[in-house]
Write a protein that binds this ligand. Structure first.
Ligand code: DOR
Ligand code: ZN
Length: 345
């Protein structure tokens, strides 16, 4: 049995870092594991301009632990009104992508896109500049069953988008369904997907087992077991179209354990260990490095990292909670025992 696993230092291609004291609380965990992370722009107010992204990047850099060279890769929040000119400025500023939130689909999506046709000129500019579009792939139509919203998004929006913008790089973020996997596999080389730990580890039964489990509630919501299995096969397949994106979305415990509890799982605390659990269970530890460290960088056209991280086969307990400014946070698998542990540098 393999006892240690050394990987090229990985990146997190989908991370919510928040801001202020919340960011200061969660940033060290990501910086310990990852060289870079694509930082989501759904702050209040959202990060919609290159100038705001530069300022947010400076706040993140200033909050890094001493000596950390963790690099935030910034994104802009696409709105109905994002001017095409902003794309050139974003490129210049080092912004790596724009995020599409269909209005009403998830946390802080009120300023999101109401109709993709309104963003046409901006998407053309992105295609020209080579800036990827990161997609929260769910319709927000209340007539569509919550569990079908990803599959319906593919038919209604993703297929037409791909047809209209054949040269646009698209990342289908946090895919949750077999339909999502099949779509990405069948699309060309300019379409890829991120996969979260929670969608690889749990199916929707887990939300309702032993009482309602608010800490497993995220959007897109967990799906049935057939979908989880399709995600595991895709993530561990070695296909360069699938890569690591934790979608770590911290919300204080009191806002999760709450009527109208907030959506989001805090996965960043031991993200790499959680992915190792999945790949180990699938007998595919040899595929973890590609998924965690190569496929994302290659898709974005960024250099692969130089350093390494090492995981050791060692049983350890994930803390039940960790501090989060004035509040606390419950990490995914908090209080449980994991079999892989990241070795300190
Ligand atoms: O569960 C989620 N939480 N899904 C999202 O799309 C947003 C995220 C957040 O920012 O909390
Ligand atoms: Zn997210």
């Amino acid at each position: 049995m393999v006892a240690t696993l050394t990987l090229t230092r990985p990146d997190d291609w989908h991370l919510h870092l928040r801001d202020g004291a919340a960011m200061a609380a969660v940033l060290p965990a990501s910086a310990r594991q990852f060289a870079r992370a694509v930082v989501m722009p759904n702050l209040r107010p959202p990060v919609t301009t290159a100038a705001q992204a530069i300022a947010y990047r400076e706040r993140i850099r200033a909050a890094r632990p001493a000596g950390s060279s963790f690099e935030p890769l910034m994104t802009l929040y696409l709105t109905d009104d994002t001017p095409p000119d902003e794309i050139g400025r974003a490129r210049q500023a080092g912004v790596v992508a724009l995020k599409l939130y269909p209005a009403g689909a998830t946390t802080n999506s009120d300023a999101g896109v109401t109709d993709l046709r309104k963003t046409r000129a901006t998407l053309e500019a992105m295609q020209r500049e080579g800036l990827p579009l990161l997609v929260h792939g769910e319709v927000s139509d209340p007539d569509v069953d919550l569990f079908d919203r990803e599959a319906v998004f593919i038919d209604r929006h993703l297929i037409p988008l791909r047809r209209d913008f054949p040269g646009l790089k698209i990342v289908f973020e946090h895919i949750t369904t077999r339909e999502g996997v099949q779509y990405v596999q069948g699309a060309g080389a300019l379409t890829a997907a991120t996969v979260t730990p929670q969608h690889l580890l749990y199916n929707r039964n887990a939300l309702f087992t032993g009482g309602l489990q608010p800490h497993l509630y995220c959007l897109p919501v967990l799906k049935a077991e057939v979908h989880r299995q399709a995600l595991v096969v895709a993530a561990t397949s070695g296909s360069p179209k699938f890569f690591l994106g934790t979608d770590s979305a911290p919300h204080a415990v009191h806002l999760k354990e709450h009527a109208g509890g907030h959506a989001g799982c805090y996965t960043a605390l031991c993200a790499l260990e959680l992915y190792a659990r999945v790949f180990d269970a699938a007998g595919a530890l040899d595929q973890l490095e590609g998924f965690a460290s190569f496929h994302g960088a290659d898709f974005y056209g960024l250099p692969r990292n130089r350093g390494t991280v090492t995981l050791r086969r060692e049983r350890w307990s994930v803390p039940e909670t960790v501090p989060f400014g004035e509040a606390t946070l419950k990490p995914l698998c908090g209080g449980e025992t994991l079999d892989w542990r990241l070795v300190a540098d």
